[in-house]
Write a protein that binds this ligand. Sequence first.
Ligand SMILES: C[S@@+](CC[C@H](N)C(=O)[O-])C[C@H]1O[C@@H](n2cnc3c(N)ncnc32)[C@H](O)[C@@H]1O
Length: 251
Amino acid sequence: MSLYFIGLGLGNENDISVKGLELVKKSDVVYLENYTSQLNCSKKELEKLYGKEVILADRKKVEIDSDEILDNAQIKNVAFLVVGDVFSATTHLDLYLRAKEKEIKIEIVNNASVLTAIGITGLQLYKFGKTSSIPFENENVQVPYDVLKSNLKNNLHTLFLLDLNPVENKILSVNDAIRYLQKVELKRGEGVFKDGTLCVGCSNLGSQDRIIKSGKAHELLKQDFGKGMQCLIVPSQKLHFMEEEALRLWR
Ligand SMILES: C[S@@+](CC[C@H](N)C(=O)[O-])C[C@H]1O[C@@H](n2cnc3c(N)ncnc32)[C@H](O)[C@@H]1O
């Protein structure tokens, strides 16, 4: 009896790996962690491919009531599906450690993550500094601004991951993220994020219908990034000439 942590990748139901799909087919219970990210397909489309029911696992089920998942994994094969990669950006380390403690057999199947898919922008992955998340309730939140300030000081790019609420079908958009940074800039006035700051907005990375736009903050505010998963990058002020060339593709 096992607990399978399986990354689903970023696009739709077909982005699961062959290895991941084989394990899902072997599973008696299939959970989909659905509060940190979303695929471009419905639960029904996943169930059709897997030929079995998929149980949506919200934050409470995974982080507070995880005994249900672990108890099942002690007597059955359980698949725990994660959009993107299993331990990237959202760490499901707590569930992993608790399963280890209970001596449950674990298998991990990795997949693509937003943390690497941003490589398509042309910005070099090893020149990214600390990643920050921007929540919906951000009235008194300043950490993302501080992270940007520190990364810029060290000539590093900054990736902002943006909040989502799958129950209400809501996401924080690239435009919301820019407005948030402008608002903090207005309060703090430290010149970290100006109207002319170069930004790269991305949505639906890993899908055919991805949107990537680079431009000044005020220019990106006029762009529509659609309804898919979105993230914002503020590049370092020192770009390699190849990075500059790549960013011109997305103007
Ligand atoms: C907390 S992270 C979870 C990362 C996931 N485990 C992974 O490995 O990709 C989710 C956030 O990443 C960003 N994101 C996820 N998938 C994306 C995509 N395909 N395109 C753009 N941004 C994405 C969004 O800001 C989303 O709210």
